[in-house]
Each structure stands twice: as structure tokens, then as C-alpha cells.
Design a protein around this ligand. Structure first.
Ligand SMILES: Cc1ncc(C[n+]2csc(CCOP(=O)(O)OP(=O)(O)O)c2C)c(N)n1
Length: 340
């Protein structure tokens, strides 16, 4: 890292960071309940435990910096300001969802907020982010493209190709490796010859470092510096965050691989609890204000859930709409099945 460290956020922003982390946690807990009740179709990947990584990152960016993520992206959308109603409705496959109910949990996208999406293909959003970085440079803006992906995704060949192109062409991109130490159920030590991932980017002349992904202020500081490098110096950067997700890979994963003691050890470093301690210790918030904020967040989540449940489902006749940018007018296979 170079340059002077970014200033600690002012109290109002510290409280906003805490609220955003709380909203993500509560929203995901409710999403899990909706899944268990059979109201969420398809997969549901929760990021509980990764709130500091998400909010620390988003809070360090400008709202117009393009951001891409993986299939574990409810938190990124919430942190970017997407309406919780539209996210919950998307999970429930409703027409009022942010992608009209067709994308589901893995494919939230909110272009208005420069959130270029969740992505189901492991590593697939990284070249997309590289293209967004290229577009930012080509069109003369000072936007920084940021892509979050897992340590498992870091093993995809395309990620190395993107490191190389970013290093070669000095693209304004930040590669954010969210190392939660498992890809599905495979522990990092069984999948990677070297358990640190940031040196892979360093090999392509990209400034890279690793920070504690459970500490929201550490994440925010690292991302501020990475974004500064990309924005002001037009140099790519890579940050690896060491973190943990408390839940299994997705809601359908019984999560029997990881030892209970390991999970408990990481829960002792819960990013919400540790940040709350910081805020209380520094007199930035008090117990009453925390209770009021939590009640307000619960209301937001209740409202989003009610809205989603009461929204209409996507009619079957519209299922093929918006799948292609242009309307589907052709019938190349001559099959009536191709038409709804
Ligand atoms: C190209 C591709 N290969 C395999 C899969 C199946 N798959 C889904 S998630 C996953 C593991 C990804 O792990 P990681 O990148 O560490 O992210 P995490 O789920 O831990 O957040 C795999 C192999 C996929 N979706 N896409």
C-alpha cells in the first residue's frame, strides 16, 4: 500500500455502515425463512458473515463505479441502494423484482446503481468487470470497475487472463478476492498449492495485498487505497479479504464438512458484533440508538417481504420476454415449443 491512509469515517457514516451491515444480515435471515417456507425458487446463497467485506467495499466506492459480484450478491445490491422490496420480490420470482422475477437470487442486477450483477458462472463476472474497466478508460471517465469473487473463482483460468490484461493495459480495475476459505465444501488447503491468492495478481505487476475481511474499517481502508490507485494513477489493484461465511454453500447444502468449533471460532469475530463494540466504545452510538436502528431495519425487511408475497407472479406467457435484448421474432428450429 502506498499513499496516506484514508481518514476514519465521520460518526454519521460509521452509523450508516453499521445500519447497512445490519440490513444485510436481517434481510438474508428473512430470505432463508422464505426459502424454507418454499417461497423462493431455485438456489439461495447467503453471505452471512461477509457483511464487513461487502459494506466495507461498497462504502469505499463512488456510486457510479461499476461493480460485479458472484451469485452471493444480495448484500452488494442492498449496499448499493437497490430497493429491498425489489430484491425480495426477485427472490420470490415476482414481476416486481429488480429483474422482473426472471433472474432470481443469483442474478440481481441494477444498472441505475452501476451494479452489473450477480453471476452464476464461477469467475464469469471477472472478464465482464474487465470490459467495464476498459469502457471506463476508453470513454474518458474516471470510474473504477470493481469485481468481487471467491478464492475458488480465483482458480479459473480466465481470472489469470484478466490479471494479465489489466496489468498490461493499466486498466482502472480492482480485483477483490473474497477468500472465505471454502469453495462449496472444499477447504482452501485442498484446492490451492499456495493459500494466499493476492500474489497471483502481483505476478502480473498489479499492486496487491491482504486484509482482515471481518473488519469493516480495514476493508474500507484497503478498498479506498485500491480505488485511489485505479482512479488517480490508472493502475489496477488487487485486495484479498480473509473472511468466513457462516452458512453452507447454499440453502440446499447441509454444511456437514466444516467443524462446529471452526464455525464458532469465526463467529466470535462476527463483523456486526465487533463493529458494534467499536461504535459503543467510541461513543458513536448507544444501546437505545442501536435498538431503534434494528427495529427500523426489521420494519424494512417486513415490508419487503409483504410486498414480495403480495406481488404477482410472472405470467408463464411472459417467461421468454427480455431473455434477448431484441424481441424473439424468429423460430429457427421450426418448433412451436420455442414460443410460449
Ligand atoms: C464455471 C463453473 N464451474 C462450477 C460451478 C459450480 N460452483 C458453483 S459455486 C462453486 C464454488 C465457488 O467458490 P468460491 O469462488 O470460493 O465462492 P464462494 O461460494 O465460497 O463464495 C462452484 C464450483 C459454477 N457455478 N460455474
Amino acid at each position: 500500500m502506498s499513499g496516506s491512509p484514508p481518514p476514519v469515517p465521520p460518526p454519521e457514516e460509521m452509523r450508516e455502515i453499521f445500519r447497512a451491515m445490519t440490513l444485510i444480515r436481517r434481510f438474508e435471515e428473512r430470505a432463508a425463512e422464505e426459502y424454507m417456507a418454499g417461497r423462493v425458487g431455485g438456489f439461495l446463497h447467503l453471505a452471512i458473515g461477509e457483511e464487513a467485506a461487502i459494506v466495507g467495499t461498497v462504502s469505499a466506492l463512488r456510486p457510479d463505479d461499476p461493480l460485479t459480484s458472484t451469485y452471493r450478491e444480495h448484500g452488494q445490491a442492498l449496499a448499493r441502494g437497490t430497493d429491498p422490496r425489489a430484491i425480495m420480490a426477485e427472490l420470490l420470482g415476482r414481476a416486481t423484482g429488480i429483474c422482473g422475477g426472471r433472474g432470481g437470487s443469483m442474478h440481481l442486477m441494477d444498472i441505475e446503481r452501476s451494479f452489473y450483477g450477480g453471476y452464476g458462472i464461477v469467475g464469469g463476472s471477472v472478464p465482464l468487470a474487465l470490459g467495464l474497466a476498459w469502457a471506463a478508460r476508453y470513454s474518458g471517465t474516471d470510474r473504477v470497475s470493481v469485481t468481487m469473487f471467491g478464492e475458488g473463482a480465483a482458480g479459473q483460468g480466465v481470472v489469470s487472463e484478466c490479471f494479465n490484461m489489466a496489468g498490461l493495459w493499466d486498466l482502472p480495475i480492482v480485483f477483490l478476492i473474497l477468500n472465505n476459505q471454502y469453495s462449496m465444501g472444499t477447504p482452501v488447503e485442498r484446492a490451492a498449492a499456495v493459500e494466499d491468492f493476492y500474489p497471483r495478481a502481483a505476478a502480473y505487476d498489479i499492486e496487491s495485498w491482504k486484509v482482515d475481511g471481518m473488519d469493516v474499517l480495514a476493508v474500507r481502508a484497503a478498498l479506498s487505497e485500491a480505488a485511489r490507485l485505479a482512479r488517480d494513477e490508472r493502475r489496477p489493484a488487487c485486495v484479498e479479504l480473509l473472511a468466513y461465511r457462516y452458512k453452507g454453500h447454499s440453502m440446499s447444502d447441509p454444511d456437514t464438512v466444516r467443524a462446529a468449533e471452526e464455525k464458532e471460532r469465526w463467529k466470535a469475530r462476527d463483523p456486526l458484533v465487533t463493529f458494534e463494540r467499536v461504535l459503543l466504545g467510541e461513543g458513536i452510538i448507544d444501546a437505545d440508538a442501536i435498538a431503534a436502528m434494528q427495529a427500523e431495519v426489521d420494519e424494512v425487511v417486513d415490508d419487503a417481504t409483504t410486498f414480495a408475497r403480495e406481488s404477482p407472479e410472472v405470467p408463464v406467457s411472459e417467461l421468454a420476454d427480455d431473455v434477448y435484448a431484441q424481441p424473439w421474432n424468429d423460430d429457427p428450429r421450426g418448433s412451436a415449443l420455442m414460443r410460449p
